[in-house]
Design a protein around this ligand. Sequence first.
Ligand code: NAD
Ligand code: ZN
Length: 243
Amino acid sequence: MTADSLQQAADSLAGAPVVLAVTGAGISAESGIPTFRGSGGLWNGFRAEELATPQAFAANPDRVWSWYRWRQQLCAQSNPNEAHHALVTLEQRCPDFLLATQNVDGLHPRAGSRALIELHGCIDKSRCTKCGQVRELALEGDPIPHCPECGAMARPHILWFGETYWPGIIEDAVAHAQRAHVAIVIGTSGRVWPPIAIALKAQECGATLIEINPERSELTEHADIWLQGSASEWLPALVSASS
Ligand code: NAD
Ligand code: ZN
Protein backbone atom coordinates (compact mmCIF):
# COMPACT_ATOMS: atom_id res chain seq x y z
CA MET A 1 0.00 0.00 0.00
CA THR A 2 1.35 3.36 -0.98
CA ALA A 3 0.22 6.94 -0.65
CA ASP A 4 -0.21 6.83 -4.45
CA SER A 5 -2.85 4.12 -4.26
CA LEU A 6 -4.73 6.07 -1.60
CA GLN A 7 -4.63 9.20 -3.75
CA GLN A 8 -5.78 7.27 -6.80
CA ALA A 9 -8.66 5.73 -4.84
CA ALA A 10 -9.59 9.09 -3.32
CA ASP A 11 -9.59 10.74 -6.77
CA SER A 12 -12.07 8.20 -8.12
CA LEU A 13 -14.29 8.48 -5.05
CA ALA A 14 -14.28 12.30 -4.90
CA GLY A 15 -17.63 13.49 -6.20
CA ALA A 16 -18.71 10.04 -7.41
CA PRO A 17 -22.51 10.32 -7.53
CA VAL A 18 -23.22 6.61 -7.15
CA VAL A 19 -21.19 4.51 -4.75
CA LEU A 20 -21.48 0.88 -3.70
CA ALA A 21 -19.79 -0.54 -0.63
CA VAL A 22 -19.63 -4.26 0.10
CA THR A 23 -18.43 -5.38 3.52
CA GLY A 24 -17.49 -8.67 5.09
CA ALA A 25 -16.42 -9.92 8.49
CA GLY A 26 -13.05 -8.14 8.31
CA ILE A 27 -14.62 -4.72 8.94
CA SER A 28 -15.85 -5.94 12.32
CA ALA A 29 -12.66 -7.76 13.30
CA GLU A 30 -11.35 -4.62 14.98
CA SER A 31 -14.59 -4.36 16.93
CA GLY A 32 -13.66 -7.69 18.49
CA ILE A 33 -15.95 -9.92 16.42
CA PRO A 34 -13.97 -12.82 14.99
CA THR A 35 -14.01 -13.51 11.26
CA PHE A 36 -14.89 -17.04 10.14
CA ARG A 37 -11.82 -17.99 8.25
CA GLY A 38 -8.94 -16.14 9.80
CA SER A 39 -7.19 -17.13 12.99
CA GLY A 40 -9.76 -17.01 15.77
CA GLY A 41 -12.35 -18.29 13.31
CA LEU A 42 -13.60 -20.83 15.78
CA TRP A 43 -16.70 -19.48 17.45
CA ASN A 44 -17.10 -20.78 20.98
CA GLY A 45 -15.47 -24.03 19.95
CA PHE A 46 -17.64 -24.56 16.87
CA ARG A 47 -16.90 -23.99 13.22
CA ALA A 48 -19.69 -21.95 11.68
CA GLU A 49 -20.26 -24.61 9.04
CA GLU A 50 -21.27 -27.05 11.79
CA LEU A 51 -24.06 -24.95 13.25
CA ALA A 52 -25.12 -22.38 10.67
CA THR A 53 -27.08 -24.84 8.58
CA PRO A 54 -30.74 -25.88 8.29
CA GLN A 55 -29.67 -29.47 9.02
CA ALA A 56 -28.02 -28.50 12.31
CA PHE A 57 -31.15 -26.57 13.31
CA ALA A 58 -33.46 -29.47 12.42
CA ALA A 59 -31.27 -31.91 14.37
CA ASN A 60 -30.79 -29.77 17.46
CA PRO A 61 -32.53 -26.38 17.58
CA ASP A 62 -31.58 -25.86 21.23
CA ARG A 63 -27.89 -26.10 20.44
CA VAL A 64 -28.13 -23.81 17.41
CA TRP A 65 -30.16 -21.24 19.36
CA SER A 66 -27.75 -21.27 22.27
CA TRP A 67 -24.87 -20.66 19.87
CA TYR A 68 -26.75 -17.76 18.26
CA ARG A 69 -27.71 -16.31 21.64
CA TRP A 70 -24.02 -16.44 22.59
CA ARG A 71 -23.08 -14.67 19.35
CA GLN A 72 -25.84 -12.13 19.83
CA GLN A 73 -24.38 -11.27 23.25
CA LEU A 74 -20.91 -10.95 21.75
CA CYS A 75 -22.18 -8.59 19.06
CA ALA A 76 -24.17 -6.56 21.60
CA GLN A 77 -21.00 -6.07 23.66
CA SER A 78 -19.06 -4.85 20.62
CA ASN A 79 -19.20 -1.39 19.14
CA PRO A 80 -18.92 -0.03 15.62
CA ASN A 81 -15.36 1.07 14.83
CA GLU A 82 -13.93 3.91 12.74
CA ALA A 83 -14.51 1.98 9.52
CA HIS A 84 -18.24 1.55 10.19
CA HIS A 85 -18.46 5.26 10.99
CA ALA A 86 -16.57 6.22 7.83
CA LEU A 87 -19.20 4.43 5.74
CA VAL A 88 -21.91 6.50 7.42
CA THR A 89 -20.00 9.69 6.54
CA LEU A 90 -19.75 8.50 2.96
CA GLU A 91 -23.45 7.66 2.80
CA GLN A 92 -24.36 11.10 4.10
CA ARG A 93 -22.41 12.95 1.46
CA CYS A 94 -23.06 10.66 -1.51
CA PRO A 95 -26.31 11.28 -3.42
CA ASP A 96 -26.86 7.61 -4.28
CA PHE A 97 -25.15 5.21 -1.93
CA LEU A 98 -25.70 1.57 -1.02
CA LEU A 99 -23.96 -0.64 1.47
CA ALA A 100 -24.43 -4.36 0.92
CA THR A 101 -23.04 -6.26 3.89
CA GLN A 102 -22.45 -9.92 4.50
CA ASN A 103 -22.22 -9.23 8.19
CA VAL A 104 -24.99 -10.23 10.54
CA ASP A 105 -23.57 -8.44 13.58
CA GLY A 106 -25.79 -5.35 13.35
CA LEU A 107 -22.84 -2.95 13.68
CA HIS A 108 -23.63 -1.08 10.45
CA PRO A 109 -27.17 -0.12 11.49
CA ARG A 110 -25.90 0.71 14.98
CA ALA A 111 -23.28 3.00 13.46
CA GLY A 112 -26.07 4.77 11.55
CA SER A 113 -25.98 3.21 8.08
CA ARG A 114 -29.44 3.46 6.53
CA ALA A 115 -28.94 2.71 2.82
CA LEU A 116 -28.16 -0.84 3.80
CA ILE A 117 -28.89 -4.33 2.58
CA GLU A 118 -28.03 -7.09 5.04
CA LEU A 119 -27.50 -9.86 2.53
CA HIS A 120 -27.19 -12.59 5.14
CA GLY A 121 -29.71 -11.35 7.69
CA CYS A 122 -29.13 -10.05 11.19
CA ILE A 123 -28.31 -11.59 14.54
CA ASP A 124 -30.88 -9.30 16.20
CA LYS A 125 -33.81 -10.76 14.27
CA SER A 126 -35.76 -13.99 14.34
CA ARG A 127 -38.05 -15.51 11.75
CA CYS A 128 -41.03 -17.79 12.34
CA THR A 129 -40.40 -21.26 10.88
CA LYS A 130 -44.09 -21.50 9.95
CA CYS A 131 -45.49 -18.12 8.93
CA GLY A 132 -42.16 -16.47 8.07
CA GLN A 133 -42.70 -13.31 10.14
CA VAL A 134 -39.41 -11.53 10.86
CA ARG A 135 -39.14 -9.88 14.29
CA GLU A 136 -36.64 -8.02 16.41
CA LEU A 137 -34.98 -10.43 18.79
CA ALA A 138 -34.63 -8.96 22.27
CA LEU A 139 -31.44 -9.97 24.07
CA GLU A 140 -33.29 -10.86 27.25
CA GLY A 141 -36.13 -12.73 25.59
CA ASP A 142 -36.94 -16.44 25.60
CA PRO A 143 -33.71 -18.31 24.72
CA ILE A 144 -35.72 -20.25 22.12
CA PRO A 145 -38.28 -17.78 20.80
CA HIS A 146 -41.67 -18.72 19.47
CA CYS A 147 -43.92 -16.79 17.13
CA PRO A 148 -46.53 -14.74 19.02
CA GLU A 149 -48.90 -15.07 16.04
CA CYS A 150 -48.90 -18.77 15.27
CA GLY A 151 -46.93 -20.29 18.15
CA ALA A 152 -44.36 -22.06 15.97
CA MET A 153 -40.68 -22.05 16.84
CA ALA A 154 -38.71 -19.16 15.39
CA ARG A 155 -35.23 -19.46 13.92
CA PRO A 156 -32.44 -16.92 13.59
CA HIS A 157 -33.08 -14.60 10.63
CA ILE A 158 -29.80 -15.57 9.04
CA LEU A 159 -28.96 -16.99 5.64
CA TRP A 160 -27.42 -20.32 6.51
CA PHE A 161 -24.94 -22.35 4.53
CA GLY A 162 -26.75 -24.17 1.73
CA GLU A 163 -29.70 -21.76 1.65
CA THR A 164 -30.62 -19.54 -1.25
CA TYR A 165 -30.76 -15.77 -1.00
CA TRP A 166 -34.11 -14.18 -0.19
CA PRO A 167 -35.99 -13.17 -3.34
CA GLY A 168 -34.94 -9.83 -4.79
CA ILE A 169 -32.12 -9.11 -2.38
CA ILE A 170 -29.24 -9.76 -4.77
CA GLU A 171 -31.15 -8.16 -7.62
CA ASP A 172 -31.59 -4.93 -5.62
CA ALA A 173 -27.87 -4.77 -4.93
CA VAL A 174 -27.01 -5.57 -8.55
CA ALA A 175 -29.34 -2.83 -9.79
CA HIS A 176 -27.34 -0.37 -7.71
CA ALA A 177 -24.03 -1.91 -8.81
CA GLN A 178 -24.93 -1.32 -12.44
CA ARG A 179 -25.20 2.44 -11.78
CA ALA A 180 -22.18 2.73 -9.51
CA HIS A 181 -19.10 4.80 -10.35
CA VAL A 182 -17.07 3.36 -7.52
CA ALA A 183 -17.34 0.04 -5.67
CA ILE A 184 -15.42 -0.43 -2.42
CA VAL A 185 -15.08 -3.94 -1.02
CA ILE A 186 -13.90 -4.17 2.55
CA GLY A 187 -12.82 -7.14 4.64
CA THR A 188 -14.17 -10.08 2.74
CA SER A 189 -12.29 -13.24 1.78
CA GLY A 190 -14.58 -13.72 -1.21
CA ARG A 191 -15.19 -17.38 -0.41
CA VAL A 192 -18.88 -16.56 -0.36
CA TRP A 193 -19.20 -15.54 -3.98
CA PRO A 194 -22.50 -13.62 -4.54
CA PRO A 195 -21.36 -10.46 -2.67
CA ILE A 196 -18.19 -10.46 -4.76
CA ALA A 197 -20.24 -10.94 -7.91
CA ILE A 198 -22.18 -7.77 -7.04
CA ALA A 199 -18.93 -5.80 -6.87
CA LEU A 200 -17.64 -7.34 -10.09
CA LYS A 201 -20.89 -6.40 -11.81
CA ALA A 202 -20.24 -2.79 -10.81
CA GLN A 203 -16.77 -2.98 -12.31
CA GLU A 204 -18.10 -4.60 -15.47
CA CYS A 205 -20.48 -1.66 -15.80
CA GLY A 206 -17.66 0.86 -15.51
CA ALA A 207 -17.04 1.36 -11.79
CA THR A 208 -13.58 1.61 -10.27
CA LEU A 209 -13.16 -1.34 -7.93
CA ILE A 210 -11.30 -0.60 -4.70
CA GLU A 211 -10.48 -3.29 -2.18
CA ILE A 212 -9.43 -2.82 1.45
CA ASN A 213 -8.02 -5.95 3.05
CA PRO A 214 -4.75 -6.73 4.82
CA GLU A 215 -4.50 -10.02 2.94
CA ARG A 216 -5.10 -11.13 -0.62
CA SER A 217 -8.66 -12.31 -1.24
CA GLU A 218 -10.49 -13.91 -4.14
CA LEU A 219 -11.19 -10.37 -5.32
CA THR A 220 -7.70 -8.91 -5.17
CA GLU A 221 -6.61 -9.93 -8.65
CA HIS A 222 -9.68 -8.15 -10.07
CA ALA A 223 -9.39 -4.96 -8.01
CA ASP A 224 -8.31 -1.76 -9.76
CA ILE A 225 -6.83 -0.52 -6.49
CA TRP A 226 -5.91 -2.62 -3.47
CA LEU A 227 -5.44 -0.70 -0.25
CA GLN A 228 -3.58 -3.35 1.67
CA GLY A 229 -4.27 -2.90 5.34
CA SER A 230 -6.97 -2.76 7.95
CA ALA A 231 -10.42 -1.28 7.43
CA SER A 232 -10.20 1.11 10.38
CA GLU A 233 -6.94 2.47 9.04
CA TRP A 234 -7.75 2.89 5.34
CA LEU A 235 -11.46 3.56 5.15
CA PRO A 236 -11.45 6.76 7.25
CA ALA A 237 -8.32 7.88 5.36
CA LEU A 238 -10.01 7.23 2.01
CA VAL A 239 -13.26 8.96 2.96
CA SER A 240 -11.41 11.97 4.30
CA ALA A 241 -8.98 12.21 1.36
CA SER A 242 -11.90 12.16 -1.08
CA SER A 243 -14.03 14.82 0.65
P1 NAD B 1 -14.18 -14.21 6.08
O1 NAD B 1 -14.03 -14.56 7.53
O2 NAD B 1 -14.25 -15.27 5.08
O3 NAD B 1 -12.97 -13.26 5.66
C1 NAD B 1 -12.59 -12.15 6.44
C2 NAD B 1 -11.72 -11.25 5.59
O4 NAD B 1 -11.46 -10.08 6.34
C3 NAD B 1 -10.36 -11.86 5.22
O5 NAD B 1 -10.13 -11.67 3.85
C4 NAD B 1 -9.38 -11.06 6.06
O6 NAD B 1 -8.13 -10.91 5.42
C5 NAD B 1 -10.10 -9.74 6.18
N1 NAD B 1 -9.73 -8.95 7.35
C6 NAD B 1 -9.29 -9.39 8.56
N2 NAD B 1 -9.06 -8.35 9.38
C7 NAD B 1 -9.37 -7.23 8.67
C8 NAD B 1 -9.33 -5.84 8.96
N3 NAD B 1 -8.95 -5.39 10.16
N4 NAD B 1 -9.71 -4.96 8.01
C9 NAD B 1 -10.11 -5.40 6.78
N5 NAD B 1 -10.15 -6.71 6.44
C10 NAD B 1 -9.78 -7.61 7.38
O7 NAD B 1 -15.42 -13.22 6.02
P2 NAD B 1 -16.51 -13.01 4.88
O8 NAD B 1 -15.85 -12.90 3.55
O9 NAD B 1 -17.36 -11.90 5.35
O10 NAD B 1 -17.35 -14.35 4.86
C11 NAD B 1 -17.81 -14.88 6.06
C12 NAD B 1 -19.28 -15.22 6.06
O11 NAD B 1 -19.62 -15.42 7.42
C13 NAD B 1 -20.15 -14.10 5.61
O12 NAD B 1 -21.07 -14.68 4.76
C14 NAD B 1 -20.83 -13.54 6.86
O13 NAD B 1 -22.23 -13.57 6.73
C15 NAD B 1 -20.48 -14.45 7.97
N6 NAD B 1 -19.79 -13.81 9.12
C16 NAD B 1 -20.27 -12.66 9.64
C17 NAD B 1 -19.60 -12.05 10.69
C18 NAD B 1 -20.13 -10.76 11.24
O14 NAD B 1 -21.32 -10.50 11.12
N7 NAD B 1 -19.27 -9.90 11.80
C19 NAD B 1 -18.44 -12.62 11.22
C20 NAD B 1 -17.99 -13.82 10.67
C21 NAD B 1 -18.66 -14.39 9.60
ZN1 ZN C 1 -45.57 -17.61 12.94
